[in-house]
Design a protein around this ligand. Structure first.
Ligand code: ADP
Ligand code: ASP
Ligand code: MG
Length: 408
């Protein structure tokens, strides 16, 4: 008998028919003799709808109350699904995050799971019950409800799989696996049979929302046997693991796009030591993460520095720079929120000099201008104008994946 954790995303439980479909998948797994723990997301657009409801009341909702509101979406799903499973004649119980022992830190809206006390879940499993757990939520040391950040139910599932030492963690979604690019936007995207934790972590962090990046981080740390598959079809999914069969010869495994970026340019900075330190310590003091940084070669006594931040931080970052123009010796601050980051990811890329060049050539052939570049051992990212982002992803994907019938 195996212990299996299954997670179903919002579109998989969007209405009564889909809830019944999910109940069938869960009970099939149970009937085959497995212990089953299930994590559910809120139905369809429920989380967005709850955010809109809060915005109707106030533009400055306290974070604690926002978590109280948002966590309700997942609770609806587990109750409805438990009803469907009960109707089919199987023993089932639904548990909120706190009932399931999901202990988090105190950061409302972006809480991290510190520890799971799975005793209640284990007791219910011992009674041969199917256990449904509300995703995306936990409880902090003040006994207040917290949420883990958008897409966080994946992380709830992987954390439970690690804590319960599950044999398998299945993430059911609306596509039948992880593709070389978002299959809804990119023509010719191909399903990967398997992908490494490191590559998936990069893809998730660079905009491929198919898995929450912290879920991949955790799966790697605890070596969780992880798989992504569809609740709408019976196709085999994609395995995410430490080492994959084809790793050596492949350089690029996927292309990702992230529109959640903005660029700030500081023009005419004094060309002297300590300026970069001043700029980035000001941002760090306000908890603003910086991603790509570009510094021009100094011209006589001035230089420019540009950097990217998440769009949600852009206004604040620009305002901080504007306020401190004198301190950092800057003549002009420019903010551009109409940019996007396009990235290629692949293990083994570092040892192949031609990979970045091939990406740049694809963009050049498509007439797309690159604003900024950043590279690491496992990825190359470029910043382009937002309105060109989809074309850029398609051009780069075509270049790497259409000629050779597989990963290049
Ligand atoms: P869920 O509600 O099940 O958590 P999400 O919407 O969070 O589902 O994630 C699934 C979506 O991720 C897919 O519908 C797809 O559009 C998108 N996606 C982005 N990049 C990829 C990729 N490389 N492979 C598969 N899906 C991707
Ligand atoms: N319901 C939450 C969201 O929409 C969490 C999740 O679906 O994973 O972000
Ligand atoms: Mg998701």
């Amino acid at each position: 008998m195996s212990l299996i954790v299954q997670k179903f995303g919002g579109s998989s439980v969007a209405d009564a028919d889909r809830v019944r479909n999910v109940a069938r998948i869960i009970t099939d797994t149970y009937r085959a003799g497995n212990s089953v723990v299930v994590v559910l997301s809120a139905q369809g657009d429920t989380t967005d709808d709850l955010l809109a409801k809060a915005a109707e009341v106030t533009s400055r909702a306290p974070k604690r109350e926002m978590d109280m509101l948002l966590s309700a979406g997942e609770q609806m799903s587990i109750a409805l699904c438990a009803m469907a499973i009960d109707q089919m004649g199987y023993p089932v119980i639904s548990l909120t995050g706190w009932q399931a022992g999901m202990k988090t830190d105190a950061s409302h809206g972006v809480a991290r799971i510190n520890r799971i006390s799975p005793e209640r879940i284990t007791r219910e499993l011992d009674k041969r019950k199917i256990v449904l757990v509300a995703g995306f939520q936990g409880i902090n040391r003040y006994d207040d409800i917290t949420t883990l950040g958008r897409g966080g139910s994946d992380t709830s599932a992987v954390a439970l799989a690690a804590a319960l030492r599950a044999d398998l963690c299945q993430i059911y979604t609306d596509v039948d696996g992880i593709y070389t690019a978002d299959p809804r936007c990119v023509k010719g995207a191909r399903k990967l049979e398997e992908i490494t934790f490191d590559e998936m972590l990069e893809l998730a962090s660079l905009g491929a929302q198919v898995l929450h990046n912290r879920s991949v981080e955790m799966a790697k740390r605890y070596n969780v046997n992880l798989e992504v598959l569809s609740s709408f079809s019976e196709q085999p999914g994609t395995k995410v693991k430490e080492v994959v069969k084809t790793m050596e010869k492949n350089h690029v495994s996927g292309v990702a796009k992230d529109k959640n970026v903005a660029r700030i340019a500081l023009i005419g900075l004094r060309n002297q030591p300590g300026i970069a330190f001043k700029i980035f310590s000001l941002l760090a003091k306000h908890n603003i993460n910086v991603d790509i940084i570009l510094q021009s070669i100094g011209r006589e006594d001035t230089k420019d520095i540009s950097f990217t931040v998440a769009r949600g931080d852009a206004e604040e970052a620009a305002a901080i720079m504007e306020e401190n123009k004198e301190v950092v010796g800057c003549q002009r601050v420019e903010l551009n929120t109409e940019v996007a980051k396009v990235s290629i990811v692949g293990a083994g890329m570092a040892n192949n000099a031609g990979v970045a060049c091939k990406m740049f050539e694809a963009l050049y052939s498509a007439g797309i201008n690159i604003n900024m570049i950043s590279t690491s051992e496992i990825k190359v990212s470029v910043l382009v104008d937002e309105r060109e982002a989809d074309r850029a992803v398609q051009a780069v994907h075509d270049r790497f994946f259409s000629e050779f019938g597989g990963r290049v």
